[in-house]
Design a protein around this ligand. Structure first.
Ligand SMILES: C[C@@H](O)[C@H](NC(=O)OP(=O)(O)OC[C@H]1O[C@@H](n2cnc3c(N)ncnc32)[C@H](O)[C@@H]1O)C(=O)O
Ligand SMILES: Nc1ncnc2c1ncn2[C@@H]1O[C@H](COP(=O)(O)OP(=O)(O)OP(=O)(O)O)[C@@H](O)[C@H]1O
Ligand SMILES: [Fe+2]
Length: 547
């Protein structure tokens, strides 16, 4: 980054009216914020935008005072090089207030305008403060929850919530209980004295959903389960899910760096779980300090500086705000010459020479000469022991059952030679020569499309069809790792299964488009067109929800 760049940042997507000055030379970030606190219930868009109206000019003035005080040049010169603002995602009425303020300032100071994606800012602030090269990022904020990794000029969404953002889910529960907004810190405090009760646990590949958990939590509360116990268990379950999908993303991409972003990242238990998971697999973990996790203009100014240095500024007429602005829509102009994740090493990299493989869930001992692998789901230290045992046992049993069932449906899978569910151990036939991730080709991917259609026609899903869970041997493709599978006759579940595979192609292939087309062709040849229609619908869903 240019060493003398100074940027004014403005944030106001939902609750935080915030302005900041980032000085690249000293790496100093001055932040002035004013929070909107609803009198009752959750965030009301109109009230929030009225707050922005009042508070944005105030915080901007304070930030500008600071910029002037610390500015070396003549008083007639602008104390900042550009004005960066949150363009979205967020609440439309709030975004418009911020957009208008930013445009006016850029004209008054006669400096360029930089339009920042708020979610990418949540991610970049961690990369900036950690000095990581190419981390996977878990964004855990109020209105969002997703896993991102950089690939080929974009941040790819590897996994995300299928319903509400993680903070909003927690806040909905606390509203039910009658606690004031925001609920996250109150749940964290109440959890200290809680004990564990079972709640639904829902991950699909690297996607996840909170609605079932939240209904169950409210029901438990209505059934007089102590609220401390529910809060404790909500944290164990929800953060356990987020940690598990983060580990899957590390495993799939081959990255050994994880950063956390977003307001829920202020939660100490979430940070502890992610740290523990990274320690157990030898990865590095970084969470920025709390003032950079919750919504703040500091992160907008820091990313604004990177964009400004890359020449990525906005003409006034192109500076519309976008309430549904997704992180994968942003051309990453400021990382053009940087290294990428190592995954997807192109066609037919060398085959297996390994004796032990660490997956996201299991340690797999591989003996290709003996034609055998032994897979053991290791206890995860980050997870509550009761939840850990339940998941390891259930998944081992399911994997054994569905692996055999799939083969009966004509889908190549390893033959099972032994199962010990209590020890979460399986002994399986060694299949394939390498993972599909290292040997991506349209014919093979088309084959996977056919396999998935066969499973669905038999009334179950794989649950985690990724390019690491397909083994390849010449033209032949085998499905492995059925531990997240389940029986279902819902078109939505079938479409989600395809969506998970699709996202893993996007996460591991340099040019995913022909591969994504191939999987659909394969599916169409065997399966039901309605599933593909539903897949299009799943993809088209704007996931941003304000409440
Ligand atoms: C689009 C933008 O407006 C939105 N912003 C946002 O959600 O604010 P953020 O500051 O990132 O996160 C707020 C959420 O963070 C939760 N939160 C705050 N402290 C928490 C804690 N200690 N434990 C759990 N959740 C916490 C709050 O309950 C609230 O739901 C977003 O980033 O999704
Ligand atoms: N039957 C098998 N034959 C050959 N290789 C295998 C077999 N089972 C597993 N492997 C290898 O071990 C790796 C991890 O296995 P598996 O996916 O079952 O574990 P996991 O921990 O559930 O992984 P993840 O959750 O990351 O997909 C696979 O990607 C594959 O390279
Ligand atoms: Fe946010």
């Amino acid at each position: 980054m240019s060493s003398d760049t100074r940027i004014l940042g403005i944030e106001g997507t939902a609750w935080a009216a915030s302005a900041a000055v980032f000085d690249a030379g000293s790496d100093d970030v001055f932040i002035e914020s004013d929070a909107y606190q609803p009198d009752s219930g959750g965030i009301h868009p109109r009230e929030a935008s009225e707050h922005m109206h009042d508070a944005v000019p105030r915080v901007v003035e304070r930030a500008l005072d600071h910029a002037r005080e610390t500015h070396d040049g003549p008083a007639t010169e602008s104390p900042v090089d550009a004005v960066a603002f949150s363009r979205g995602p967020g609440l439309g009425p709030c975004l418009r207030v911020v957009g208008t303020a930013a445009r006016a300032l850029s004209q008054a100071l006669d400096v360029p305008l930089v339009g920042v994606n708020h979610m990418v800012a949540h991610l970049e602030i961690g990369r900036h403060t950690a000095d990581f090269e190419s981390p996977v990022c878990l964004n855990a904020s109020g209105a969002n929850a997703h896993l991102l990794a950089y690939r080929n000029g974009r941040y790819r969404v590897l996994g995300e919530t299928m319903d509400t953002g993680v903070g909003n889910a927690i806040d909905k529960f606390t509203r039910h209980v009658g606690w004031s907004h925001p609920g996250g810190p109150k749940v964290e405090a109440a959890a200290e004295d809680g004990r564990y009760v079972d709640l639904p646990y829902v991950v699909k590949g690297m996607d996840f959903s909170f609605s079932g958990i939240m209904s169950a939590a409210k029901q438990r509360y209505d059934d007089d389960v102590p609220v401390d116990d529910i809060c404790y268990s909500l944290q164990e379950t929800i953060f356990g899910m987020l940690t598990e999908v983060s580990e899957r993303a590390l495993s799939l991409t081959g990255s050994d760096e994880l950063v956390l972003g977003g307001g829920v990242g202020q939660n100490a238990r979430l940070r502890e779980m992610l740290q523990e998971m990274c320690d157990q697999r030898g990865a590095a973990f970084h969470a920025p300090e709390p003032r950079f996790l919750r919504d703040n203009a500091g992160m907008i100014a820091v990313l604004g500086a990177k964009m400004y240095d890359a020449g990525d500024t906005l003409a006034l007429e192109d500076s519309r705000v976008d309430p549904d602005f997704r992180p994968d829509q942003v051309p990453v102009t400021w990382r053009r010459d940087e290294p990428e994740l190592a995954a997807g090493r192109g066609a037919d990299a060398a085959g297996d020479e390994r004796t032990q493989v660490r997956g996201a869930e299991a340690l797999v001992d591989v003996a290709p000469d003996a034609g055998l692998v032994t897979k053991r789901r290791e206890p995860k230290r980050y997870r509550h022991p009761d939840l850990d045992e339940r998941l390891r046992r259930e998944r081992t049993t399911l994997e054994a059952r569905l692996t055999s069932l799939a083969r009966r449906e004509g889908v190549p899978t390893p033959v099972l030679s032994d199962v010990d569910s209590r020890d979460a151990r399986l002994e399986l036939e060694y299949v394939g020569e390498r993972d599909l991730r290292d040997a991506l080709a349209p014919d093979r991917v088309r084959d996977v499309g056919r396999h998935l259609a066969r499973l669905h026609q038999a009334g179950f899903v794989h649950g985690d069809p990724t390019t690491r869970n397909v083994r390849v041997d010449g033209d032949r493709t085998y499905l492995i790792d059925f531990g997240l599978g389940y029986h279902t006759d819902h078109v939505e579940d079938y479409a989600m299964d395809l969506h998970v595979f699709d996202q893993s192609l996007v996460g591991t292939a340099d040019e995913p488009a022909p591969l994504r087309e191939a999987v659909r062709e394969g599916y169409r040849a065997v399966g039901d067109e309605r599933v593909l229609e539903r897949l299009r619908e799943v993809e088209g869903r704007g996931r941003y929800q304000s409440q």
